[in-house]
Write a protein that binds this ligand. Structure first.
Ligand code: UT7
Length: 328
């Protein structure tokens, strides 16, 4: 029997309408456009005016399915990568499942912070191979603005809200998922924390934790600029591919300086590293699917030729990982 192959069938995204500039932020806190742009490359970010993560994910899902004549009942699996779900239950994925009427789909959220989309894509690709229905919907969606301490300028200027996703399909064509390299280092978990909740019950009287996001930016910066080039080189070596054969390296949009350092360490032109951090800021698990959809709509991806692309992300956990795909 022919092995089952998996391909990316369509892409989509949704970001809240409200665009907030660095100058807008400098009215709210002691910061400046110069500092934010020079240190990160960010110019604007979209912030929710009330829409929650499920609202963004539902709209992104509709965009993924738009004009594709897919029967939602043919979707067997929905995974939403998020570290900012509406709540613990129901999952964002369950809300998406109901909204798009994917009545046959199992649905769950996955939290690997900013690496969430890469983790979710890897998980969905493997699960779909063993399912009888032909499609899986994989989303990354975040309302980071509700996790942030707006009095902490070190983190408040970095993040944005948004959602994006892809529809995976079982395929008779060539395999698109070539190699992967996924990791976690829980020993460095303290470098990014969010949503902490202390045990409080009739037996323990605990002071409530703030739950706001905290980040040791320097620690993550140093860690990532070492581990990501290594991870990218690993997938290339494992697949006997050179960086010259790769069309695009799509890196998690956390900081333009990180992307420049990774490009330099890999010895390749920054032109291979498309960026949209200037527009959206760091949207955590949503950053890669938003970038993928923008490139697809710009006719740079999923064109009439085979392309090798790398997806690589890093974030809280700490978690990081890289996928090598050959798409068409
Ligand atoms: O996606 C999740 C994973 N996270 C990341 O990938 C983040 C990785 N880290 C980074 O991108 C960078 O470390 C940051 C952009 C977060 C920070 O850049 P940095 O060059 O590491 O700056 P810093 O935190 O060392 O701060 C430098 C200075 C400090 O002042 P002093 O102590 O030198 O006087 C800060 O108080 O900049 C000050 N500062 C600010 N000034 C104006 C920090 N935030 C701001 C701000 N506006 N928003």
């Amino acid at each position: 029997m022919e092995p089952i192959k998996i391909k990316i069938h369509s892409t989509g995204k949704y970001v809240p309408e409200k665009k907030v500039s660095n100058d807008d932020l400098s009215k709210w806190m002691d910061t400046s456009h110069e500092w934010i742009y020079k240190r990160t490359g960010i110019v604007t970010r979209h912030l929710s005016e009330g829409e929650d993560t499920s609202d963004l994910c539902i709209k992104a899902s509709r965009n993924v399915l738009e004009g594709r004549s897919i029967d939602p009942e043919d979707i067997g699996l929905i995974i939403v990568a998020t570290m900012t779900p509406d709540g613990q239950s129901p999952s964002v994925a369950s809300k998406v499942q109901a909204a798009i009427k994917a009545t046959n789909a199992m649905a769950f959220d996955l939290n690997a912070a900013c690496s969430g989309f890469v983790y979710a894509l890897s998980t969905a690709e493997k699960m779909l191979r063993h399912m009888h229905l032909p499609y899986a919907l994989v989303l990354g969606g975040e309302v980071m603005s509700k996790a942030i301490d707006w009095s902490d300028r070190k983190t408040a200027v970095l993040f944005g809200d948004g959602a994006g996703g892809v529809l995976l399909k079982k395929s008779e064509e060539d395999e698109q998922f070539l190699t992967e390299d996924l990791h976690a280092n829980g020993n460095k978990g303290y470098a990014l924390t969010s949503g902490e909740k202390k045990v409080s019950n009739p037996l323990v009287d605990t002071q409530e934790a703030s739950g706001f996001l905290t980040m040791d930016g320097r620690e993550i910066f140093n860690f990532v600029t070492k581990s990501i080039p290594k991870s990218i080189n690993k997938v290339l070596t494992d697949n006997d591919t050179s960086i010259e054969e790769v069309d695009y390296v799509l890196l998690h949009q956390a900081n333009a300086r990180i992307i420049e350092i990774v490009a330099k360490k890999l010895g390749c032109s920054i032109d291979k590293f498309p960026m949209n951090i200037q527009t959206y800021g760091n949207t955590s698990a949503a950053s890669l699917p938003i970038l993928i959809d923008e490139l697809a709509k710009d006719n740079k991806l999923f064109i009439d030729k085979k392309q090798k692309i790398i997806l690589s992300a890093f974030g809280g956990g700490l978690t990081w990982g890289t996928l090598l795909l050959e798409i068409n």
